[in-house]
Design a protein around this ligand. Structure first.
Ligand code: SF4
Ligand code: SF4
Length: 390
């Protein structure tokens, strides 16, 4: 593996314009325009930096019409750290001022007091025509408070795991956090989930809103330092990317959830019978794994979930295409049409494979697949595949 290149001059010098990355890019494969491709963006940013192009509205749109999925750098043989370059450019050249206004409003709202406390707003929006355009989940009543812990008196205690729940699961699918927390405890780990954790901030730094990101990072880092634990476990590959690449947590062992299971709980019992019985469908369920982009392409964790999925035998249908689901967090808000078109490619693949159940481990992919796939398809989170007793 070549060393990562993030500096635009180094990237431009290394990029041979070979175009290998084009075939991997979900945005390019939907829009077929060179500036929408990774290679096109390298050349666009270089031209903007050199002053050969003016930073007008159209160029701003091209800069933001990238999901930061990492598919291009996963395939590039020159070691171009494309997502690093894009984040760097959005945070330096545009310094957040050029974030499209709709995205800025959503980002602001996302972390606001209003969002956290106005229970039911997502429910209302999910019943409007907006639901057709955006993946809006129904908000579930959160019962997480009873398993979350205040920092007071914690310094004397020692835990195995600090579980970082992340925003999407906390707000919309808290039952997944409860299940994950219980599973880890049942396997003998002591787990703490602090009350004051914030969003990891990736949505902000990825859009060029560095100031907001740094304030979230400071708050989370302060919370992390109030507890004693061996491992930071994160059921979100994007969160892991944020912690590894944009936090200073060198002394903390960070694990994405599937990676933690693969390393420490290989004997966790998969509920094989539930997936292989013919009782419900009159045939064996066909179950696939959806590779979240950051999980596979940035963290290289494809083997971990497959170790468990393969225990389903013939019921496991391995979708090696690793097609993106089209969510990309705030990308789906800024570019709903492109997001939907990317999703439709994924949906067609699932139809072709005739799968009944899709399992994934990224809260964003889970939301997108669950809210967009036809009701006949079951969508599960990684923690759901294990036998679980209350
Ligand atoms: S694959 Fe790498 S070297 Fe080739 S065009 Fe894309 S970024 Fe450039
Ligand atoms: S990060 Fe993803 S969306 Fe952006 S250019 Fe690369 S492949 Fe395309």
């Amino acid at each position: 593996m070549t060393d990562k290149l993030t500096d635009i001059d180094e990237i431009a010098a290394a990029c041979s314009d070979c175009g290998t990355c084009l075939s991997a890019c979900p945005v390019y494969n939907t829009r077929w325009m060179e500036p929408d491709s990774p290679r096109g963006k390298v050349n666009l940013i270089k031209a903007l930096r050199d002053g050969r192009l003016e930073p007008g509205d159209l160029n701003k749109e091209f800069i933001y019409r990238c999901m930061l999925c990492g598919s291009c750098q996963h395939i590039c043989t020159k070691g171009v750290d494309f997502t690093g370059m894009m984040i760097d450019y959005r945070n330096t050249a545009s310094r957040g001022r050029k974030i499209p206004i709709l995205k800025k409003i959503i980002l602001y709202f996302y972390q606001s007091f209003l969002f956290k406390n106005l229970s039911g707003l997502a429910d209302i929006l999910a019943r409007t025509p907006l639901k057709k355009q955006f993946s809006i989940p129904r908000r579930r009543p959160a019962k997480l408070k009873k398993i979350m812990t205040d920092a007071k008196g914690q310094k004397e205690k020692q835990y195995d795991i600090l579980l970082f729940p992340g925003c999407v699961l906390t707000y919309f699918y808290p039952e997944i956090i409860e299940k994950t927390y219980t599973l880890l405890k049942q396997k003998g780990f002591s787990v703490v989930m602090p009350k004051k954790l914030q969003c990891c901030g990736y949505s902000f730094i990825s859009q060029g809103w560095g100031k907001k990101f740094f304030s979230l990072r400071e708050k989370n880092t302060a919370v992390f330092s109030q507890y004693n634990y061996k491992y930071l476990v994160v059921p979100c590959c994007t969160g892991v990317t944020a912690f590894k690449d944009y936090y200073d947590l060198k002394n903390i062992e960070i694990y994405e959830l599937t990676e933690f299971f693969y390393k420490f709980i290989k004997d966790a019992a998969v509920d094989v019978e539930r997936f292989t019985t013919t009782k419900e469908l009159g045939k064996k369920r066909r179950v696939t794994w959806h590779d979240p982009c950051h999980h596979l392409k940035l963290l290289g964790l494809g083997a971990a979930p497959r170790f468990f999925m393969e225990q389903l035998g013939e019921s496991f249908i391995d979708d090696k295409s690793a097609l993106c689901c089209g969510f990309g967090g705030i990308f789906s808000v800024g570019f709903p049409v492109t997001s939907k078109q990317i999703f439709q490619r994924k949906e067609a693949k699932l139809e072709e494979l005739e799968v009944d159940t899709v399992v994934t481990a990224c809260p964003g992919c889970y939301l997108q697949l669950r809210e967009r796939l036809s009701p006949g398809k079951e969508v599960l989170f990684f923690s759901d595949i294990f036998l679980h007793s209350r």
